[in-house]
Design a protein around this ligand. Structure first.
Ligand SMILES: [Zn+2]
Ligand SMILES: [Zn+2]
Length: 229
């Protein structure tokens, strides 16, 4: 069908045959930076780790993104989440898979897990943006995925206004593992999927929880990384 119907590129909006056009893919490729292999912050050396991760090693093993928050795909991610344009997920995953060498990445992965959304938020938004991305990755890479392993309780007060320590404390009480699914985590190489990584506090909390339940490794695949210090 994509050869018959023109599609708006999620990067530039131009109508053409693909979800993201070649020009935008080339732009994204040219914007690739050296990033911390652990948390994906922009970093001076290739394959190095940033000073934050040197001081405090995060519980996850690796983070991969395709651009900074504020870059070419920011509007696409925004429209996807807040304007209910669910089809954008496939374009974001297409872009991600064209930027990264997938065969090198998939050999050490068993399971893709989305960052969960509380049922209250799910009812309000109508979909979990991480789960839609996860399903698209799973379909393309033929790697198992599940949205019933991890649960998230609703957090009443505004996380953004809480201090870092307070946020981490609250987050620990938010995520839970489905007790019937513990065996599917043990000795498993997991990838957590999310749209945007900001401070990394959410992904850290989940990675620690998964490792406490026996996950062998936890990698993060995100679309955008906030250049947060
Ligand atoms: Zn484009
Ligand atoms: Zn780092």
């Amino acid at each position: 069908m994509k050869f018959l119907l023109p599609t708006a590129c999620i990067g530039c909006g131009k109508f053409q045959g693909y979800r993201i056009c070649e020009k935008c893919i080339n732009l994204l490729k040219s914007h690739q930076k050296n990033r911390c292999s652990q948390c994906a912050l922009i970093c001076n050396e290739a394959h190095g780790i940033c000073t934050n991760c040197e001081i405090q090693i995060p519980p996850f093993d690796q983070t991969i993104c395709i651009d900074c928050y504020g870059g070419l795909l920011t509007n696409a991610v925004h429209d996807y989440k807040y304007k209910h344009r669910v089809a954008i997920a496939r374009g974001l995953v297409d872009a991600w898979l064209q930027i990264h060498k997938v065969n090198d990445l998939t050999s050490n992965i068993d399971l893709l897990i989305p960052v969960p959304m509380s049922s209250q938020k799910l009812n309000k938004r109508g979909f979990n943006q991480s789960w839609e991305l996860c399903k698209s990755f799973s379909k393309k890479l033929k790697i198992a995925t599940s949205s019933s392993i991890l649960y998230r309780n609703h957090l009443e007060s505004n996380q953004a206004q809480a201090g870092r320590e307070e946020r981490i404390k609250r987050l620990k009480a938010v995520f839970h593992i489905n007790q019937n699914k513990i065996n599917s985590i043990k000795n498993t190489r997991i990838v957590l999927i999310d749209d945007v990584m900001t401070t990394g506090a959410t992904l850290s909390t989940i990675a620690k929880l998964l490792k406490d339940f026996g996950a062998q490794s936890v990698h993060n695949w995100v679309i955008l990384r906030t250049p947060y210090k």
